[in-house]
Design a protein. Structure first.
Length: 324
């Protein structure tokens, strides 16, 4: 992966409501982070005490300081060392490495490098209701994104739930740029999974998009009107470990959205577990055997994902007809 490039983006790291009075250990692109609220401010540091390199996330938070659990060194919210156990004074040159933080709509975001302006793709849609969930899977970052955006696995991994293998025809066009891509699916036949039979009132178009570094959105439309959206921010925690911040959104209607979410939840959970299982199996094989794989024109998103995230060759714009 192009780690240098990926470090220049903001990532959702945790939900603010999950912050406790103790420091939280997180990882982003393999870098251990400690997050906590010190003196009212949410802060993020490299999770390493400069004294003997133990994780600060094993320490404690007093009202004004983060205290290392090993020899009790104390750090201020700015990261500056404030107290050395057994010494009357401490040098003012010792600082923890700190990272930029932004809290927005209950989510804490982190920037590892650079000065990119904060942008929240999860901003609340007017007149819609959303529910946000976080999941972690042991999978490859790029292939987890591919799985969410590519439809060809659906009649097999989600057999019966999202689709039956029955030649549902669709016309597909895809536009790519330097920050992402958008794939438009015009459904000539209605999707025929159980979830569609129960909830789908006639969706005739899906728009699936990706934006660097890991934001993917599928919008389901009926007569040009958006009726359901699933967005996932894929966060590369570490090699083979991906966090997914999932936002499911429905327009507010006469039937309360909360009730609809409750009805949909078990089906969405099942689809997630089915994907998780195959992605985790894929990663084990991928890790053990570094054999190159085959990309065909039916693999709609992998080429441009590899271009954006791993310096592969640029993907082609596509216009194809497909039946699944
Ligand atoms: S290792 Fe942190 S105070 Fe010694
Ligand atoms: Fe899937």
């Amino acid at each position: 992966m192009n780690i240098t490039r990926l470090k220049q983006y903001w990532y959702p790291i945790m939900e603010e409501k999950k912050l406790r009075h103790t420091p939280s250990a997180k990882k982003l692109l393999g870098i251990p982070l400690v997050i906590g609220r010190i003196n009212g401010a949410i802060v993020c540091f490299e999770d390493r005490c400069p004294h003997r390199n133990v994780p600060l996330s094993h320490g404690t938070i007093t009202h004004k300081h983060l205290r290392c659990g090993y020899h009790g060194w104390e750090f201020e919210a700015s990261g500056k060392l404030n107290r050395i156990t057994g010494c009357n004074s401490c040098p003012d040159t010792i600082h923890l490495k700190s990272y930029q933080i932004h809290c927005d709509h209950g989510i804490i975001w982190v920037l590892l490098e650079g000065d990119s302006a904060f942008e929240n793709p999860f901003s609340v849609l007017k007149g819609w209701k959303s529910s946000v969930h976080t999941r972690v899977i042991k999978a490859d970052f790029i292939h987890a994104i591919e799985n969410f955006l590519d439809p060809t696995h659906t009649p097999f991994i989600h057999k019966g739930l999202l689709r039956q293998e029955s030649h549902q025809r669709m016309l597909i066009t895809q536009a790519c740029d330097e920050q992402g891509f958008t794939t438009y699916y015009t459904l000539l036949d209605r999707q025929n999974g159980l979830i569609n039979r129960l909830f789908d009132q006639g969706i005739d178009e899906n728009i699936a998009s990706f934006h660097l570094p890991g934001y993917a959105l599928i919008e389901y439309r009926q007569a040009k009107k958006s009726v359901f959206q699933v967005a996932i921010f894929f966060v590369p925690i570490d090699k083979g470990e991906v966090s997914m911040v999932i936002r499911v959104s429905l327009p507010k209607t006469i039937i309360p959205s909360t009730f609809k979410f409750l009805l949909l939840k078990p089906f969405m959970e099942l689809a997630f577990r089915q994907d998780k299982l195959i992605l985790e199996q894929q990663y084990i094989t991928h890790r053990q055997q570094k054999t190159p794989y085959i990309i065909t024109h039916a693999d709609l998103v992998i080429d441009h994902l590899l271009y954006l995230l791993a310096d592969g060759e640029k993907g082609n714009e596509k216009t194809i007809a497909m039946a699944l």
